[in-house]
Design a protein around this ligand. Structure first.
Ligand SMILES: [Zn+2]
Ligand SMILES: [Zn+2]
Length: 240
């Protein structure tokens, strides 16, 4: 790095403090994650299960199929990855979006390398929620992923009305909670393979409903990629 570049970086750091994308602590540029968060990232190591996105050794989903065809994520939703996802929802930080998009693209290339993806879309918010938050982190991630993969990103789904936050509901009521909440605005999805982007998957109910609508409109395949996936507990009799 030249002296001029160092001075420039110093000046940028004064105007735009460089923060860890997971915990928000100040860190020296050009780092994006602090050492403590980097160490605490729960990376999902391949080979993975395409139905629940867990490392095969952690999977006990018995190949339970959702309406999406495959799912993959770089991280389990815990520790610093959870911090990063929660921060993405709170703060519009292009650096965080770009770093997470890089990691998502690595997973997409690894897991969906054989697929012919026609377009990328994302889990939408209602107009009201979007006005309140002023950004949709899933759209930002989808846009960054699309740019890296040189694929089109489109506003394909719409969220029709607000629902109680999924985390406040029991597991059984979650899929009913999002029933009929989404619709497809672009019928040209017919026959297409779609990469659906979201920030995190907890029960999969939201992504399932989005995939259901895309399939109802004739989408051929729906592949999901998220920053993180909530790790489920293995049942006692399944622990080997
Ligand atoms: Zn950190
Ligand atoms: Zn599985």
């Amino acid at each position: 790095m030249t002296r001029l570049q160092k001075v420039w970086q110093y000046l940028v750091a004064i105007v735009l403090p460089n923060r860890c994308i997971c915990c928000g602590e100040l860190i020296p540029p050009p780092d994006t994650v602090c050492l403590a968060c980097e160490t605490a990232l729960s990376v999902i190591k391949p080979p993975i299960c395409p139905y629940c996105a867990h490392t095969k050794a952690d999977c006990s989903c018995r190949k339970h199929r959702h309406l999406y065809d495959k799912i993959a994520s770089p991280f389990y939703y815990e520790n610093s990855a959870k911090g990063g996802v929660l921060r993405l929802k709170r703060i519009e930080d292009p650096k965080a979006v770009n770093r997470f998009a890089d990691m998502m693209c690595t997973v997409v290339k690894r897991e969906y390398g054989e697929e012919h993806i026609d377009r990328i879309t994302y889990v939408p918010m209602t107009g009201h929620a979007l006005r309140e938050r002023e950004f949709n982190q899933s759209k930002s991630l989808a846009t960054a992923v699309a740019k890296r993969l040189a694929l089109p990103v489109t506003d394909t789904l719409v969220k029709l009305y607000e629902t109680p936050p999924q985390k406040k509901l029991g597991l059984r009521t979650r899929s009913g909670n999002v029933l009929g909440v989404f619709d497809v605005t672009d019928p040209s999805v017919r026959g297409q393979t779609i990469l659906l982007v979201d920030d995190v998957v907890t029960t999969g109910a939201t992504l399932n409903e989005c995939a259901k609508m895309l399939k109802l409109y004739g989408a051929k395949r729906v592949l999901v990629v998220t920053v993180a996936v909530r790790k489920y507990e293995k049942k006692k009799d399944e622990i080997t």
